[in-house]
Design a protein around this ligand. Structure first.
Ligand code: PLP
Length: 422
């Protein structure tokens, strides 16, 4: 029995249930993943107890000799992993990293350009209910109606018309490669800074299977818990000339004391991502998404933009005559965990939606490859084509649970989080 079970059986029981859920279901939410046992151990370490406002060598509290070593190690590894001139490892989440970046480089009321939220942009890219949309004047850019890919001609036209302080590139539900170099050229022409929010694709960038924005963007923000497979948290990178402004944007601009336990876990995750196995993992994530896309399309299911280049797929549920909400709930009943999502020019509300987002990062961390993706696709197709069929749902749930248990979950079972061999 663990210490937690003795101290607080009520919380321990809930955690046990969640552990079982993670083992028995197929996690296909594109922003989720499994952190390794080493990352989880660092997250639960004694650094939880320490205050360290400031930065290595410039703290506002005593007792930080080990905090300084820790944070410097995380910084050095982040710089090495992404080839960046400067790294700030303190942002506690992707939203805070973006807030710090806006605060550092724009004034309230300034114009910022970001991707239209209903077409793949993030809440922090100008939603009216988010700080971003309330404090800044966001101008959204969209995808082309035909190709459903970012309309770079429109990005340029809007940038030259509105002259934003910052152009944000990056998305939360976009299945195609983002041309950061093209964004950089437009930003230069318009006199704007280019910010790349690579929260979703950071692991693909680190693994070398998506072009990196680091050479061409002024600022790069990312979460650490999605494809990067680290702890919940974030990271901000920038050119040396912006380092001081960015650091001040994080602390004291938007945060107090850094979460050193998360920084410890980020250092571990960056170390893992620096190993050659991580490149193989990232490549397998992309191959798995491609196979999944192919199988679904062969069954007559339409995908936004006609496929994927990265770790995620956006299903147009209209092609099977149901809403995203209905698809999500039917799949959940079958043990396949996804999220509904708007599709470009969606006719349904943001609550109901016409889309379903599917990602392969978590399944790939369990060691699943192309053959497994074909089986998973078959289950998804069965459920989506008979979303009201309780018999189908129950049968699939039983098969999924048995199948899932055969693939150890990093951090929960004894599995190492190294999924693929090249
Ligand atoms: C996930 C995500 C974020 C926010 O990260 P949180 O840690 O949930 O705050 C920001 N931007 C993009 C593009 C994301 O995908």
């Amino acid at each position: 029995m663990s210490i937690l079970h003795r101290a607080d059986p009520e919380v321990a029981a809930i955690i046990d249930d969640e552990r079982t859920r993670q083992i028995e279901s197929l996690e296909m939410i594109a922003s989720e993943n499994y952190a390794s046992a080493a990352v989880l151990e660092a997250t639960g370490s004694v650094f939880t107890n320490k205050y360290a406002e400031g930065y290595p060598g410039k703290r506002y509290y005593a007792g930080n000799q080990h905090s300084d070593r820790l944070e410097q190690l995380a910084i050095d590894r982040a710089k090495q992993l992404f080839g960046a001139e400067h790294a700030n490892v303190q942002p506690t989440s992707g939203a805070e990293a973006n807030m710090a970046a806006y605060l550092a480089f724009a004034n309230p009321g300034d114009t910022i350009m970001g991707m239209e939220l209903s077409q793949g942009g993030h809440l922090t890219h100008g939603s009216p209910v988010n700080f971003s949309g309330r404090l800044y004047r966001f101008v959204p850019y969209t995808v082309d109606r035909e190709t459903e890919t970012i309309d770079m001609a429109e990005v340029r036209r809007l940038a030259l018309e509105h002259r934003p302080r910052i152009i944000v590139s990056g998305a939360t539900a976009y299945p195609r490669t983002i041309d950061f170099a093209a964004f950089a050229e437009i930003a230069r022409e318009a006199g704007a800074l280019l910010m790349a929010d690579i929260s979703h694709i950071a692991g693909l960038v680190a693994g070398g299977v998506h072009p990196s924005p680091v050479p061409c963007a002024d600022i790069v923000t990312t979460t650490t818990h999605k494809t990067l497979r680290g702890p919940r948290g974030a990271l901000a990178l920038c050119k040396a000339e912006h380092a001081e402004a960015l650091d001040r944007g994080v602390f004291p601009g938007t945060q107090g004391g850094p979460h050193l336990h998360s920084i410890a876990a980020k250092a571990v995750a960056f170390g893992e991502a620096l190993r050659p196995e991580f490149k193989a993992y990232a490549a397998q994530v992309v191959r798995n998404a491609a196979v999944l896309a192919e199988e679904l399309m062969r069954a007559g299911i339409r995908l936004v933009s006609g496929g994927t280049d990265n770790h995620l797929i956006l299903v147009d549920c209209n092609s099977v005559g149901i809403s995203g909400l209905k698809a999500q709930n039917a799949l959940q009943g079958a043990g396949i965990i996804t999220n509904r999502n708007t599709i470009p020019y969606d006719q349904r509300s943001a609550y109901v939606t016409s889309g379903l987002r599917l990602g392969t990062p978590a399944l790939t961390s369990r060691g699943m490859k192309e053959d497994e993706m074909r089986r998973v696709a078959a289950w998804i197709i069965r459920v989506l084509k008979d979303p009201d069929g309780e018999g189908v749902r129950d049968a699939v749930r039983a098969e999924v649970a048995e199948f899932a248990r055969a693939y150890p979950v990093p951090g929960i079972t004894d599995a190492e989080p190294v999924a693929a061999t090249a």
